[in-house]
Each structure stands twice: as C-alpha cells, then as structure tokens.
Write a protein that binds this ligand. Structure first.
Ligand code: HEM
Length: 497
C-alpha cells in the first residue's frame, strides 16, 4: 500500500477518535492519544502516591476532571458533594465495576461471581444480600463474634507482654488478629500465630492485594505497550493468579470437609450457612448460592476485609505513639467509665472521646484513598458535566476527608472535631472510610467491632511509645497500592499498672 494512503488513513483515524466521536460537555482535564491515553497525567502519577497526585490535579481542574488510560476515559470526583451526588443520588448509573472486566485475575467465569468485583446486576444484589444476612445470622454485631475477637485480643496481649517493651511491629500482629477473626467466621478455624499453614494462607491473599494499584495502566493498553511500561507486569499477574487458584483449592477443600460433618442443628460458620441454604433455601436464592460463587464471595471477604482492618489498626497504634496526650486521654476515659469491667462492644456509646479518636484515625489514615473504582452503566451527568456509559469513576475518599467545607484544618489530627462543647459525639456525613451508596462496604459492622474492641482493649492494657523517644516516626504513608499503609515502624508496648 502506498505510504501516503497509510498516513492519511492513520490521520483520519486519529481525528475521528480524538474529535468526532467525543460527546459534548465532558468534564475538563486531559485528552488522550488513542490506545495510549493521557501521557501528561501518567507522567504526573509516576513515583507519586496516586491519591496525592490526583488531589493536586483536582486543585487545578476542580472537583471533577477526566483523563484517559488507553482509550478508557477516567473521571476523578473530589470532595463530598459531588461524590454524594454520584454514588448516592445517581447510584443507579454510578455503581458498576467495569474495572474488573479486563482484569485477568478476576475472570467472569460462569458460576463464579464475586461481590467486590461484581457488575451492578441481580447476581451481585443476591450475593450481597445473602452474605450480609449470613454475617448477621452468624453474629456480626452480637456476642458470638465478640467472643472470637476477644480470643484474638488475649493472644495479642500475651504476645505483647512477651515482648516486654522490646521494639515490635504491630503490622504483622494486627494482620494475624484480623485474619483469624475472618477464618473463624468463614471456616470456624483459628490458627496459632506461628503455624506455617496460617502464614501460607495469609500470604495467598496478601499476594493478590499487594502490587495491585487502584487502576493499573496495563489493564487498558494493548499488551505490548503495557509490557513496555512495566516489563514485570505479566510475571506479577501470573504469580497472583497462582495465589487465587491455591485459595480456590483451599476453599473447595474446606467446603468438602464441612459437607461431611454438617449438622443443621449446629451451624458453625459461613460455610455451614451456605450448605444449609443450598439444601433448604428458597429456589430463588439457591440458584445464586453455588460452590463457585461461594469461593468468590469468601475470597472477597478476605481480600476486602483483612488488610483494610489490620492496616487501620496499624495506623491507630502509630498515631498513639506520636500523640501521647491523645493516648492518655483515651486511657483516662476508659479507666473512668469502665474501671475494671470487661470491655464489651455495647460500651462504645459510653466512650465518646475514644469514638472520636477512632473516627479521626479513620479520617487521617484514608485506608482506601481512591475507593474501589466505580463505573457508569448508562450515559449520565454529574457536577453539570456529561459522563458517557462505561466511564471509569474514581471517587477520591481522600479528597472527601480533606474537604475543608466539612473538616476545618484537615491536615491536623484533631479528634475534637467530632465532639460538641459538652463532649457529645457529633456525626459528620463526610466521614466516609467505608464509602457510601449501594456499594458501601459490606463489612462495615464487623470492621467497626474489630477496630473498637482491639483498640480499647490494648490501649487499656499497654502504653505505646516510640522505639526511640527522640526519633519521631513520619505519619506519611508509603507508596500506596489499593490501601494506604504507614511506612514500616516499630513501637514499644509496656504494660500499664
Ligand atoms: C476498616 C476496614 C475497612 C474499610 C476502610 C473498608 C472500606 C471499603 C471500601 C472503601 C469499599 C468500596 C466501596 C465502594 O465501592 O464504594 C469496600 C467494599 C467492600 N468491603 Fe470493605 N472495608 C473495610 C473492612 C471490610 C471487612 C471487615 C469486610 C468483610 C469481612 C469488607 C468487605 C467488603 C466487601 C465485600 C466490599 C464490596 C462491596 C460491593 O462491591 O458491593 N470490608 N470496603
């Protein structure tokens, strides 16, 4: 073919993609080169924590801006008002998850649908309803789960006592506490912390979480380009896929084992609820509660429920070492209100300052700073701009927690912002660590229980201090993946009298 024809063809193609097919009144931001995307934006993201880079952009463009990865349009929403408009008021068009359509880690296999990664359809709705009900039946928010959490807290206490004030990493300890709670709920199992099997199963999920950015460029570009950008991409994906397959074998083994010992008068865990529903449940729900779907739901509970909660606790103890006066005020309130009484979740309403501190920890820790990406199911609008169907939406929860309309002086760690003059707790609708709308975190009640009980028990029993009193630890987070974790640190936990 004549070279001129090829050039004219490419030129016409670029013009058509860039100009002709673009809908009117799109949000401001960056245009993109076909198949590559907005190079300018990608350069800005390099080496930066994504939520910070996107926040800086929102300060330039406003509370809504667009950019492209490959041909995929991405719209970033910043601040409470516009995120509420999209995720709550226009929930029907803003609650899908096309992000996972292309992800080789989460194939939409027939009969294996998840909640976290699921499309906004009837399967997602039924699985979400079933799981929420199962968690409730099984005792989330009730004493039975409280007992499981208490066992883990006792083990953590023994561990910290054994450390005897020596420098200790809370990260690993909190991961073990939280993972065992979920193991208990799902498999009625608890592992000793030094059990190699425990380490192996925890590593399977960690391997899937770590290394996955909120939005990976490789998902939206032709493979050859993605490989150029990140030569190790396919290797990492293959190793993570292996972890998922191992996890699947593990879940299937557990289901088979449960089937042989199932007793309908003694429902032990989530898997027993699944077996019961499968045999006795309504036909309308039975068709969704399949073995494959249960694997994906269990996988989601581990994926979404372990690192988020343990990292929040990791931040909590870091804040306490850096803010001893806040720690002391929490201890004083716990001592005064509860004395030597065994701490129960129902005590939470009495500990207003502690509650305000936990709220401020969640605001400042920004555990899922860019949320889990949403997407649009139809042409729609938000903030006065048009948004086409199948646009990837990043509702920045970090920006909500930095929104000066709702949080004055947002850079400052200040639990008093959640208290009125009389020390009563104030509700602030813009505190959204668990997001908002129909996709809001399914594990919120469990996470709240774990955060309250672990924090209150341990802060009552120990003083947490810096490893070196003269060396403050930075409160900057590390280069974030999906979750925003502190830089590794060690503290000294000494027993209180
Ligand atoms: C402090 C701890 C936690 C935080 C900060 C957190 C935060 C979040 C966020 C921001 C989302 C995305 C919501 C959206 O797309 O708009 C989410 C979804 C989800 N979370 Fe959590 N989460 C936590 C703990 C848990 C726990 C303990 C579980 C379960 C055991 C859990 C299970 C889920 C599931 C299944 C979803 C997907 C919901 C859906 O797509 O319908 N999370 N979480």
């Amino acid at each position: 073919m004549d070279l001129t024809i090829v050039i004219v063809f490419i030129f016409a193609f670029l013009v058509s993609v860039l100009f002709l097919r673009r809908p009117k009144n799109l949000p401001p931001g960056y245009s993109g080169i076909p198949y590559i995307g907005s190079v300018q934006m990608m350069l800005k993201l390099r080496g930066k924590r994504p939520h910070i880079a996107l926040h800086e952009e929102s300060e330039r463009h406003g509370n809504i801006f667009r950019w492209y990865l490959g041909n995929q349009m991405i719209v970033v929403l910043s601040g409470y008002d516009i995120i509420h408009e999209a995720l709550v008021k226009k929930a029907d068009t803003f609650s899908d998850r096309i992000l996972f359509n292309r992800n080789p880690l989460f194939p939409r296999t027939e009969g294996e649908h998840g909640i976290l990664t699921g499309q906004y359809d009837q399967i997602w709705r039924e699985l979400r309803r079933f799981t929420l009900q199962a968690l409730r039946d099984f005792g989330v928010g009730k004493a039975s789960i409280e007992e499981k959490i208490a066992v883990e807290i006792e083990t953590a206490t023994e561990y910290l006592e054994g450390r005897n004030g020596k420098p200790t990493s809370m990260n690993d300890l909190m991961q073990q506490v939280v993972a065992n709670v979920i193991f208990g709920i799902i498999f009625c199992k608890r592992y000793e912390y030094d059990d190699p099997e425990f380490d192996k199963t925890r590593k399977m999920t960690n391997n899937v979480v770590t290394g996955s950015g909120p939005v990976s460029p490789s998902l939206f570009m032709p493979k050859i380009l993605a490989r150029l950008l990140n030569p190790k991409d396919s290797e990492i994906t293959a190793s993570r896929r292996q972890s998922i397959l191992k996890m699947r074998d593990y879940v299937f083994e557990q289901i088979e084992e449960h089937e042989t010992t199932f007793d309908k008068d003694n429902i032990r865990d989530f898997i027993d609820i699944y077996i019961q529903t499968k045999t006795e449940g309504d036909e309308s729900i039975r068709k969704f509660v399949t073995k494959g779907n249960m694997f994906r739901v269990i996988f989601d509970l581990f994926l979404a429920g372990s690192e988020t909660t343990s990292t929040t606790l990791d931040w909590a103890f870091l804040f306490m070492t850096e803010l001893p006066e806040v720690q002391k005020k929490c201890q004083d309130e716990i001592d005064k209100v509860l004395g030597d009484k065994v701490i129960e979740y129902s005590d939470r309403t009495k500990l207003t300052y502690v509650n305000a501190v936990i709220m401020e920890i969640q605001r400042c820790a920004n555990i899922v700073p860019l949320n889990v990406a949403h997407s649009t199911t139809a042409d729609t609008s938000v903030g006065g701009y048009n948004i086409p169907a199948k646009t990837l939406i990043i509702p920045s929860l970090y920006s909500v927690h930095m929104d000066t309309k709702y949080f004055s002086n947002p850079e400052k760690f200040d639990p008093d912002r959640f208290l009125d003059g009389q020390g009563n707790l104030l509700k602030n609708e813009a505190l959204l660590p668990f997001s908002t709308g129909p996709r809001t975190c399914l594990g919120e009640p469990l996470a709240r229980m774990e955060l309250f009980l672990v924090f209150v028990y341990l802060i009552k029993r120990f003083n947490f201090a810096r490893e070196d009193p003269n060396k403050p630890h930075t409160l900057e987070s590390k280069q974030s993946q999906v979750t925003n974790a502190p830089l590794p640190y060690k503290l000294r936990a000494t027993k209180r009298n």
